[in-house]
Write a protein that binds this ligand. Structure first.
Ligand code: SF4
Length: 114
């Protein structure tokens, strides 16, 4: 898990987190601006047994940044989409395809449009 960023996270979530390698080596991936990193972080979240707890905790803490619970955060809100800077390519890059992880219905009020 993102050890240096998550002192407020419950021990149960921390212990079962798919991103918890005890060294924080994935921090750069979960707090990257690069779409391929964000895609990799979201893909790992999709396998995580504590994804809902993580997402709810990130909302409670008003996380300012990063991927939490399978979603991108900005200033405490869930970003629905993100795209690369500049003109979009004519053919989408496969590495830029973000995994679609639905936001649970009871948390959709925290979605923010780009
Ligand atoms: S949902 Fe993602 S950010 Fe949250 S603990 Fe699991 S892998 Fe880490």
């Amino acid at each position: 898990m993102l050890a240096e960023a998550i002192d407020d996270i419950s021990p149960a979530v921390r212990a079962n987190a798919a991103c918890n390698d005890l060294q924080g080596s994935l921090t750069g991936v979960f707090f990257s601006e690069e779409l391929q990193d964000i895609a990799a972080a979201k893909a790992l979240c999709a396998t995580c047994p504590v994804i809902l707890d993580c997402l709810e905790g990130a909302i409670d803490r008003h996380e300012p940044w990063g991927v939490w619970g399978g979603q991108m955060f900005l200033n405490g809100k869930i970003l629905a989409t993100k795209r690369r800077r500049g003109r979009p390519p004519k053919t989408p890059r496969p590495e830029d395809q973000l995994p679609d992880i639905p936001v649970p219905v009871h948390l959709q009020g925290y979605l923010r449009s780009a």
